[in-house]
Ligand binder design. Sequence first.
Ligand code: NAD
Length: 519
Amino acid sequence: MTSQTNTLTPTNPTAATETTAAVRVLPNYIGGRWVPAEASGLIDVTNPANGEVLGRVPLSGATEVESAAAAANTALPDWRSRSVGERTEFLYALREAFRRRIDELAESITREGGKVLSDARAEITRSIEVLEVACASPMTMQGRVLEGVARGINTETFRQPVGVCAAITPFNFPAMVPMWFLPFAIVCGNTFVLKPSEQVPLTSELICRMLEEIGLPHGVVNLVHGAHDVVNAILDSPGISAVSFVGSVNTAKYIYRRAAEKGKRVQALGGAKNYMVVMPDAIVDKTVSNVLGSAFGNAGQRCMAGSVLVTVGSAQTAIMGKLKQEAEKVIVGDGRDPKASLGPVISHAACERIHDAIETGIKEGAELLVDGRRPKGVPSGGNFVGPTILNNVKAGMRAAREEIFGPVLSVMHVNSLDEAIALVNSDPRGNGTSIFTENGAAVREYSRRVEVGMVGVNIGVAASPAYFPFSGWKDSFFGDLHVHGLDAVEFFTRKKTVTSRYFSSGTTGKFFTEQGDKH
Ligand code: NAD
């Protein structure tokens, strides 16, 4: 699990007020009002590039969750009775607001999450794409009708909202992951409660302020800040019908089990260890740049990050020199610095965990090909780890097993595609994978046999676009219906089937017979 224990240690609220009175405590957004939480503690939200305290997150609990669920339930009858077109209009307005304020949103992501501004802008572009796909709801929410299941009888299936839906989201995509769920949930007629990561709550607040500005009816979207207590209250709340979760494997398993026990609909996306396989015929320059982008983009803090490179046969000699040379050129720095392509990791605790994983790798016998433990020229007070490559990693080593969730690439060497596939399939997770080759037969073999949800061919981060479903397999996903695409409409609606006849139009089929007789 990658949750950083230090972030869950509440500061003393009184002391916090005394020492830094200027730092704002974030309010919750419940029923259209910004309300202070009755929280028993606060967590500092820090800029990972320099340690600046940006705000304080209240550790809300069951009281706040029950208020949010009540507000969402109160808003539900009016919201779900509006036409699909009217609900979609709000998404168009939100999309325009996202486009207009893309710089502000990107800066918020970089400030609290650390990723470089170009990645933060790309995250907003992905969020806009989700909004656009959700706007197709007048088409995608349609049901089916069969005329004449029996004489004079039709059967139709239509879609209705599930009720109040909640999302619990991780730190690494402060806008995109909440936006995987929010647009589809509300356009399908549900109301919504968001519990963002306590490490990056500010972008979610900004999105809620934008929802307020576009005039979204009160209570349709609610925001509750906090950590474990809020999550547990969401899972147990009788007022919440469905839960979407994204985070680490152990938390995903826990969420899935506890929410399902309470009879809720659940989709829980977990962590990953993604393999990139390079075949001997791969085009070296392009492969290296994609591998590095995949391993070190967002400082390796992506569920789709390529964290294990597997060279097959002579690909090892073809690629390793160039890989080292290019990795050493990566510029580490504050995400707001346009020269930097690798920003800080989320917290001091994450930094320590990553250092520890690198040191364990060395102790277990891996070769430290590129050492990012002390990157040069970075701002003081930040959580920086430079690009790191551990070569000759063997199955069973920590660097092969653990999701390090930092800019650390483990490299393994095998002799055949079969061996590479066996290695990929031996991992308990199966989120994403990539193969680099120009050989179609190898691609077909690989894509068919790997037990992984998303496969890239000569693409380092094969995240599905919003009009396709996104999700891993095995321990990377617990549930049935994936994120976005048509799966989202399935997840956020319940199907109702109506079988009908009308006596006045001829139950026995007389009317139809008469009509038929006329022709
Ligand atoms: P995390 O599991 O620590 O936290 C995610 C959310 O769960 C947060 O909102 C947190 O408050 C809550 N939470 C954490 N521990 C909890 C507990 N014991 N009880 C109740 N609630 C708890 O994950 P993170 O560190 O924020 O995010 C990184 C992880 O998310 C990585 O493992 C990454 O691979 C994964 N991730 C997966 C995907 C995907 O699509 N599969 C996408 C993004 C991130």
